[in-house]
Design a protein around this ligand. Structure first.
Ligand code: G3I
Ligand code: 9MR
Length: 584
């Protein structure tokens, strides 16, 4: 008892000191209190993690305006993290539900501000989608929409060369074609169909799953107000580019539209290096078929505003499928290709070697959109599919999501959707049982979660769990999905909120050429940085090198601090789901 009084007196003193002394950023960072820095819905589970906490287990939340203590509690027993030498104790303040801004205080110091508000994610949701507008190729970003980050248009891509690897009778090497628009892939200035595949599938699913929410979401992009939801206008910008990547002669799809080498650290369009359409591949063609089939379904609802678009997409999807049937395993092997053709292409490879997942996804999307399950009869389509976390080279789950949303389309077909659902639920339950107790996250099932772009693993886990929630309406899956949002927004071993322009301590030096070259102090907002990656393939200096701490906020670090369209997409989906679920 005596101890408790003494501790709470000490805590009060500490609070007084902390609240009236302006703390430097480094001092706050040293406090080791890791917390979602963006926001909590009032009814949400709310945890903070105190790392290497010592014996002082008292904590309090103080209202930053009134300076009143509004909540006091005790930290949990210490836990050793599974992926570093960090020892943590958890502060659970879930029962604090009054809207306001607070600071969590403990003997270790104070946290960044904690915002409890029904609008917890409304700004982040917009920013995460708006990031795609900032990726737009070939058009200027004007100040009314781009604000501080307005810039001239880059890479017109209206005179792109057919690379020798892509030569055909009708389009011999050197043929000039037009492939403008679309989104830059990441921190580089190239455009890759495979990575557009999963990105577009994810964003289209966000709209398909939460149309009411997205119909109302205003993004302030040039097309806003045109009677099409803003998110669909943004997706359309990349969709139109994708359509240019199909060879009209045979339906095959070029793997990428690219420079031969990565551009230097310059603004878009400064370099005038030749751009190429490179080799057709089966992975690109099937991803394209899946996206076009899904897009056809989604844009069919806007035939008045976009006459003919849905039909064109379906036609493109069918002819891509036809090419794949005739070319079932044309892999993109960049190093091999460079032995035969020049110039050598050294930009991102997205070289997938296992295509059964692309076959499955494309077959499912085409079946749903056409109402004909004959696509499942193709010998390359396996209908016993093991679940996994989606990534650019693993798209089985994209097929799962669509098949389970449109179960009636598969009645009497080869695909047993009942079994798919059971498998998804079993897999989701395993995710709930695993994870990293030290941070109370689903993220951290095993060290394999911490790959290049690990934050997208966390977000794809969330997306998978949200699908399970939508199918079962069991809230535990939604809560688990939210735990990974807390993770990327700051409750992680690095203490960073990984979305640029959000939270208090977020990446300032992302591997993103415009952010590095524009002379503006703040990075372009709304981007999810790649995150911890002990592979450290960039060979940069990292302040910490454990599995979950291998992250450095420096331009050098493309292996931990780049940004990419496929990483933002599941962030968009996860926030959209929470926002949709939270609408009155
Ligand atoms: O597939 C193997 C797996 O079998 C093995 O167990 C594992 C062990 O590390 O590695 C797996 O391969 C990894 C591969 O991604 C698939 O996950 C490679 O190690 C890893 O280096 C590779 O990283 C990719 C990186 O490009 C380099 O190719 C990232 O996933 C991918 O997101 C990234 O994409 C780049 C583009 O090329 C260019 N534009 C920027 C973009 C983002 O950084
Ligand atoms: O900027 C490139 C980034 O987009 C890629 O993800 C990464 C891996 O392919 O490569 C980056 O470019 C680097 C190149 O590979 C090696 N020289 C330094 C480049 C970064 O400035």
């Amino acid at each position: 008892m005596q101890m408790t009084i003494k501790n709470s007196e000490m805590l009060m003193k500490l609070i007084q000191v902390l609240l009236f002394v302006a703390l430097s950023e480094s001092c706050i960072a040293q406090s080791g209190i890791h917390i979602n820095q963006v926001g909590y819905y009032p009814e949400a589970a709310k945890y903070a993690v105190v790392s290497n906490p010592g014996e002082d287990i008292d904590f309090s939340l103080v209202n930053t305006e009134t300076k009143q203590i509004v909540f006091s509690g005790k930290l949990s027993e210490p836990v050793l993290s599974k992926f570093s030498n960090t020892i943590t104790r958890i502060a659970d303040f879930s029962s604090l539900s009054k809207a306001g801004t607070y600071i969590l205080v403990n003997g270790r110091g104070q946290s960044y501000p904690v915002n409890i508000t029904p609008a917890a994610f409304s700004g982040l949701s917009k920013a995460a989608i708006k990031s795609y507008y900032y990726h737009r190729v070939s058009m200027p970003l004007k100040a009314p929409f781009a604000g501080l980050w307005s810039r001239p248009g880059g890479h017109p891509d209206d005179r792109v060369l057919i690379h020798p690897s892509a030569a055909s009778d009708k389009r011999p090497a050197g043929t000039v074609v037009s492939s403008p628009g679309g989104w830059y892939d990441a921190g580089d200035y190239n455009k890759y169909i495979v990575n557009s595949g999963i990105t577009m599938g994810t964003l289209l699913s966000a709209y398909e799953d939460f149309p009411a929410y997205y119909k109302k979401l205003h993004l302030n992009i040039p097309e806003s107000g045109n009677d099409i939801p803003d998110i669909l206008d943004e997706i359309l910008y990349n969709l139109r580019w994708m359509l240019t990547m199909q060879d009209p002669a045979d339906g095959g799809v070029y793997h990428k539209c690219t420079n031969a080498k990565f551009d230097g650290i310059v603004m878009p369009g400064v370099t005038k290096e030749p751009r190429y359409l490179v080799q057709k591949s089966t992975a690109a063609t099937l991803d394209f078929a899946a996206v076009m089939a899904q897009a056809s379904r989604v844009y069919a609802g806007f035939s008045k505003q976009l006459p003919g678009l849905a039909d064109s997409c379906l036609k493109a999807a069918r002819s891509a499928w036809g090419w794949a049937e005739n070319n079932p395993a044309v892999l993109y092997r960049q190093d091999e290709m460079n032995k035969t053709f020049s110039p050598a292409i050294t930009t991102g490879a997205y070289g997938d070697r296992e295509l059964s997942d692309e076959w499955f996804w494309a077959a499912v999307e085409l079946s749903v959109t056409t109402g004909n399950t004959r696509y499942l009869e193709n010998e390359n389509v396996k209908t016993e599919v093991t679940p996994n976390i989606p990534s650019w080279n693993k798209v089985d789950m994209m097929g799962y999501y669509t098949a389970l949303k449109h179960r009636s389309a598969f009645a009497g077909s080869r695909l047993n959707t009942g079994r798919l659902l059971d498998t998804l639920i079993t897999y989701s339950n395993r995710l709930l049982e695993g994870g990293n107790p030290a941070f109370r996250t689903v993220m951290g099932q095993s060290a394999r979660d911490f790959i290049w772009g690990s934050n997208s693993v966390a977000m794809n886990q969330s997306m998978l769990l949200i699908h399970t929630f939508l199918l079962t309406r069991e809230e535990k899956y939604l809560h688990a999905a939210a735990s990974n949002l807390d993770y990327v927004l700051g409750r992680n071993a690095t203490g960073y909120c990984f979305v640029t322009g959000s939270g208090t301590r977020s990446p300032m030096h992302i591997h993103h050429r415009p952010s590095a070259a524009d002379g503006i102090g703040l990075p372009v907002p709304g981007y999810l940085a790649g995150g911890p990656n002990p592979g450290r393939q960039d060979k940069c200096e990292y302040p910490h090198t454990e599995t979950e701490t291998s992250y450095v906020d420096s331009y050098c670090s493309y292996a931990s601090n780049e940004i990419a369209i496929n990483w933002n997409a599941p962030l968009v989906y996860a926030i959209g789901a929470l926002e949709d679920n939270h609408q009155p």
